[in-house]
Design a binder for this molecule. Structure first.
Ligand SMILES: C[S@@+](CC[C@H](N)C(=O)[O-])C[C@H]1O[C@@H](n2cnc3c(N)ncnc32)[C@H](O)[C@@H]1O
Length: 459
């Protein structure tokens, strides 16, 4: 049914917007040019709002006056203040909008709103699947993870109402529990950047895991994009290109839902999904030496590498990079293969064995136990959350940015390969060599479009 929503009276809240039909998450609901913008925190700013109102064309003036009708005995200045939505993060300007200003507040909103400074529009998307008849709500607060008393104080001061949304209406004990979870979530978000660089990837991934659980419990859906991006960063910094790719895709999907496919965040993650190595900090925590850095994972630059006759790349990097997030052993042997040379099975096997021996116990154990957060089943974002199925291997083709075919290994492939490596039974040498050789050839074909047969070992 069109339009997707209608203006209706909402008990205790004045007017509001109600869904005329079920609305899938990610639907663009509103893109509103402001009727006027002003600085609500200063006396001069509020006076300026009245000036701007007076300069509005007739039909726009009527739209503003309609707000006044819903607010009883409030003066126009007071009304402009409470219907003005914040359009800047840090206590900045507010905007009055024909549609968006009709959205009421909830501390667990079903829509996400943001100010698109480039277009000069207030954009609203459905954050979750919204059933027909449900009221559309957004979060008015400056930080959508505030505790009960902080939310109430801010809403009372700035918007002149006491929130009675389902979260604020919980019994005191439950509300306290929710506050504790939100407080813990904020702590974890603050701790994560330090953990990223100072702790093992397993610890950092543990923090992220805990954050996802809290997001689910507290319905902090608008935070998903940022947390997936954290997962991407962790994997990318450790050169775990496959997982980085998977996390980037989830971040992109979450950003598309909350902000739209054209948003800066979604576009940025789409780029990193295709080529995780473009991330500025790619490989900065990984102790594997690659020459030149990152070349192994960028088909285009790998091609260039060979075209320019750049002498070498690390043979040990593919082995380590196929493992799950690990702190790569510092002393991995660094053999090099110049282009156009041939590598024998025996040479490959010896190099591989040397690298494996040097991989210390910590890294191996960690690699075997590190997983990406478990799948959630009970929330509307379920399909977006990472699945912890290390045994699933799937491959898909995708067009790389430069138009070449890349093979993209889905989440889980890396773990599976690693486990295969750990649990490999003692086999006949020829069989072992065959498997290893095939694996190496396959890897090179995929990532570098060069077969190992074209290389000769340089000791
Ligand atoms: C941006 S306007 C929303 C549209 C408003 N309902 C109207 O009729 O003009 C903000 C005002 O709506 C009311 N409001 C919004 N959310 C509310 C809520 N959760 N509980 C009570 N009142 C609310 C408050 O009066 C607030 O100042």
């Amino acid at each position: 049914m069109w339009p997707l929503f209608s203006i209706q009276p909402i008990p205790g809240k004045g007017r509001g917007l109600v869904a005329n039909q079920s609305i899938p998450r990610g639907t663009l609901l509103i893109s509103d040019l402001p009727l006027l913008t002003f600085m609500p925190t200063t006396k001069g700013g509020r006076a300026r709002a009245i000036e701007l109102y007076k300069q509005l064309p007739y039909d726009k003036k009527i739209a503003v006056e309609a707000f006044q009708e819903g607010h009883g005995r409030m003066s126009l200045r007071e009304v402009l203040l409470v219907v003005g939505l914040p359009i800047e993060q840090q206590g900045g300007r507010a905007g009055v909008f024909e549609n968006a200003s009709l959205l009421n507040h909830s501390c667990i909103p079903n829509c996400y709103h943001f100010w698109d400074g480039v277009k000069g529009q207030e954009i609203v998307h459905a954050l979750i699947d919204i059933p027909a008849g449900a009221e559309l709500t957004i979060d008015y607060t400056s930080d959508d993870n505030l505790l009960f008393y902080q939310r109430q104080r801010e809403l009372q001061r700035r918007f002149n109402f006491t929130c009675s949304c389902p979260l604020c209406s919980l019994p005191r004990r439950e509300r306290k529990k929710s506050d504790n979870r939100r407080y813990r979530y904020t702590q974890l978000v603050d701790e994560f950047p330090t953990a990223l660089t100072d702790c093992s990837p397993k610890v950092a991934m543990g923090l992220l895991n805990a954050m996802f659980k809290l997001i689910e419990k507290e319905s902090l859906w608008s935070h998903l994009g940022a947390r997936y991006a954290d997962g991407f960063q962790l994997c990318a910094m450790h050169s775990d290109v496959f997982r980085a790719h998977a996390w980037a895709r989830r971040a992109k999907q979450a950003y598309i839902i909350a902000r739209g496919a054209g948003s800066k965040d979604a576009k940025g993650m789409a780029l990193l999904e295709k080529v995780p190595e473009r991330f500025g900090l790619f490989g900065t925590l990984c102790k594997i030496k690659m020459y030149p850095p990152g070349a192994l994972f960028v088909p285009s630059s790998a091609k260039q590498l060979f075209a320019n006759g750049v002498p070498s790349f690390s043979i040990t990097s593919p082995i380590i990079s196929l493992a799950p997030i690990v702190t790569a052993p510092p002393a991995v042997s660094h053999q090099t293969i110049p282009p156009g040379t041939k590598l024998s099975k025996g040479q490959w096997k010896r190099a591989r064995a040397r690298a494996a021996t040097r991989a210390d116990g910590y890294a191996r154990k960690e690699a075997a136990t590190t997983t990406i957060p478990p799948a959630f089943t009970s929330n509307p974002f379920s399909p977006l959350l990472p699945t912890a199925s290390p045994s699933i291997i799937s491959e898909s083709s995708d067009e790389s940015v430069d138009g070449e075919e890349d093979v993209i290994i889905e989440l889980g492939a890396a773990t599976a390969v690693h486990h295969q490596e750990d649990e490999e039974p003692e086999e006949e040498e020829s069989r072992f060599e065959e498997t290893e050789m095939a694996e190496m050839k396959n890897f090179c074909r995929m990532m570098m479009e060069v077969t190992i047969a074209e290389c000769v070992w340089e000791s």
